[in-house]
Design a protein around this ligand. Structure first.
Ligand code: CA
Length: 393
């Protein structure tokens, strides 16, 4: 229906405004991952408006310790002036415009997260303009549903929480998760004690674990941990060393038996080119809110495919980020095809997030161990503006 309207405009739309919504909510119970204590959840959402009345939504990745105002400032001061008046359907053209303009002070981190948020919003508009989900614009859906994995096992005291974490594993399983990712990186001995307790608790259940240390260790400790967990049939070992240590990543792949994953702290085709050229990962984890958005993910997926690397997006944001992740997952080709090939999975953070579920009118939930990929236009979601107001900074 919208195609007809666009025909009259010769496929031209115009960006009329870009609004930024910084949301925050203090947590009743702070929790830790290996890099620090998370005391509030936050989000940098972006809303791109057009002359046709179509609105697109995007979100910049706000890691638990990252002030959401950094990406917000980059959008307001660096990107918005480049985009007002432009045609939002020129997704690739605008991505390069934003990247070139910020190259000398960007390329990584929150500046690329800002580009990511805007880019996702442009793809949301494009889907709405062409009346299709984003995955259709990416070439179609390889899958209509995805198995979620529970990201959890954060700490509320610090060390010595093995018994509580073992109970948490059972809780995730009983709420429908067969896959779960255990946060480690609180000291190798403590990590191993936790994994033993979890392993005993889940014995006999159909559960697959992943681990994630958030680059807490140097190579020797990272190897020690990996070797100690060789028998846990881990789906992957995530961020074993710092993102700068590509040779360390390669060493993990050479010396450990489980697949090595990483990439949530890497950006754009240029960053992922280095990761793949170094043979650093079995599983690449671009985050749609920080890798450069859907446009950059498209570049990264093609590069990964050429290197025989699987892509499994990382996501730790609100419902807007989750929806973007689901659109990419739908359109992900498999690097290793077979009848019973391993499919990508959807990261579902189970830590406290006061507005994640409320933010959209139909929250993204798992039912019977599966998440259905939204098939509405664009991201396929509707943002609840009352929730924006409630959590606005
Ligand atoms: Ca991670």
């Amino acid at each position: 229906m919208f195609l007809a309207k666009i025909d009259k405009r010769r496929y031209k739309l115009k960006i009329t405004d870009i609004r930024i919504h910084v949301l925050k909510s203090a947590l009743a119970e702070p929790f830790a991952f290996s890099q620090g204590w998370v005391r509030s959840r936050s989000a940098t959402l972006v809303e791109v408006l057009t002359d046709a009345g179509l609105i697109g939504w995007g979100e910049a990745f706000a890691q638990g310790l990252e002030p959401p105002e950094i990406a917000a400032a980059a959008i307001e001061h660096a990107l918005k002036p480049l985009l007002l008046g432009a045609d939002p359907l020129d997704t690739e053209v605008l991505w390069h415009r934003m990247y070139h303009a910020t190259r000398d002070y960007g390329r990584k981190g929150s500046v690329v997260a800002a580009i990511s948020a805007v880019d996702v919003a442009l793809w949301d508009i494009a889907g709405k303009a062409y009346a299709v989900p984003i995955y259709q614009l990416l070439g179609g859906a390889f899958r209509s549903r995805v198995e979620p994995y529970a990201t959890g096992f954060y700490r509320i005291h610090g060390q010595g929480e093995a018994a509580r974490l073992a109970e948490e594993a059972i809780r995730h399983h009983e709420s429908g998760f067969r896959l779960m990712k255990v946060k480690l990186g609180y000291g190798v001995d403590d990590d191993i004690a936790c994994m033993r307790a979890i392993g005993r608790a889940i014995e006999g259940r159909d559960i697959t674990l992943m681990i994630d240390t958030n680059h807490a260790y140097g190579r020797a400790a990272a190897l020690h941990l990996g070797r100690a967990l060789a028998d846990y049939k881990l789906r992957w070992y995530e961020e074993p060393v710092v993102p700068e240590d590509l040779r360390g990543y390669g060493e993990m792949r050479d010396k450990l038996s489980m697949p090595i994953a990483g990439g949530e702290n890497e950006h754009t085709l240029y960053g992922f080119r280095e990761l793949f050229a170094a043979g650093a990962v079995d599983v690449a984890q671009p985050d749609l809110g920080s890798c450069g958005g859907i446009s950059a993910a498209r570049h990264i997926v093609a590069l990964a495919q050429a290197h025989g690397v699987a892509v499994n997006p990382h996501v730790w944001g609100s419902a807007v980020a989750q929806a973007a992740s689901l659109q990419l997952i739908a359109a992900l080709p498999l690097p290793h095809h077979s009848l019973f090939a391993q499919e990508p999975v959807f990261e579902y953070d189970r830590s406290s997030h006061p507005f994640r579920q409320q933010l959209i009118t139909r929250p993204i939930e798992q039912h019977g161990g599966w998440v259905t990929i939204p098939s509405g236009h664009g991201l396929g979601i509707e943002v609840d503006r009352a929730v924006l107001e409630r959590y606005r900074v």
